[in-house]
Design a protein around this ligand. Structure first.
Ligand SMILES: [Zn+2]
Length: 135
């Protein structure tokens, strides 16, 4: 039986195309407002802090902290089912934005709130997905 395909986010859209393009080079990028300095994530056309539209893309160093997480133990989709159990987490990047992601490369029971993690990549077709492992 063929291996099930991983469901992917819908991309690219105009506001997120630079994000997905950077993933191909294993770079995690995020928009910053040139007017107020606010980090805008998920990527949008306008600053969520001041409403300005003068945004620039910066590259994250890929270090962060687990804000919260859950261990997924059942799933109906064959691809996810093959990965059980796995960790879905919100990671706070040191640059000031939060990303919903997976924590990989560790026993799911060992993941903790406040744990330091670092970026790694899961290559999937035309893009790569940012996931995290213990730092
Ligand atoms: Zn702003």
């Amino acid at each position: 039986m063929a291996e099930a395909e991983r469901p992917l986010p819908r991309f690219p859209e105009p506001d997120t195309e630079p994000f997905w393009r950077a993933t191909r080079e294993h770079r995690l990028v995020y928009p910053v407002c040139r007017s107020c300095g606010g980090v805008v994530f998920y990527p949008r056309r306008h600053c969520t802090h001041c409403g300005g539209d003068d945004l620039e893309w910066r590259t994250s160093a890929g270090l962060g902290t687990v804000y919260t997480f859950t261990v997924i133990r059942q799933h109906g989709h064959p691809w996810f089912k093959s990965r059980l159990p796995y960790v879905v987490a919100f990671v706070d990047l040191d640059e000031g934005f939060r990303l919903m992601t997976h924590v990989v490369g560790t026993d799911p029971e060992a993941v903790r709130v406040g744990q330091r993690v670092r970026l790694t990549w899961e290559d999937v077709g035309e893009v790569a997905l940012p996931v995290f492992e213990p730092a």
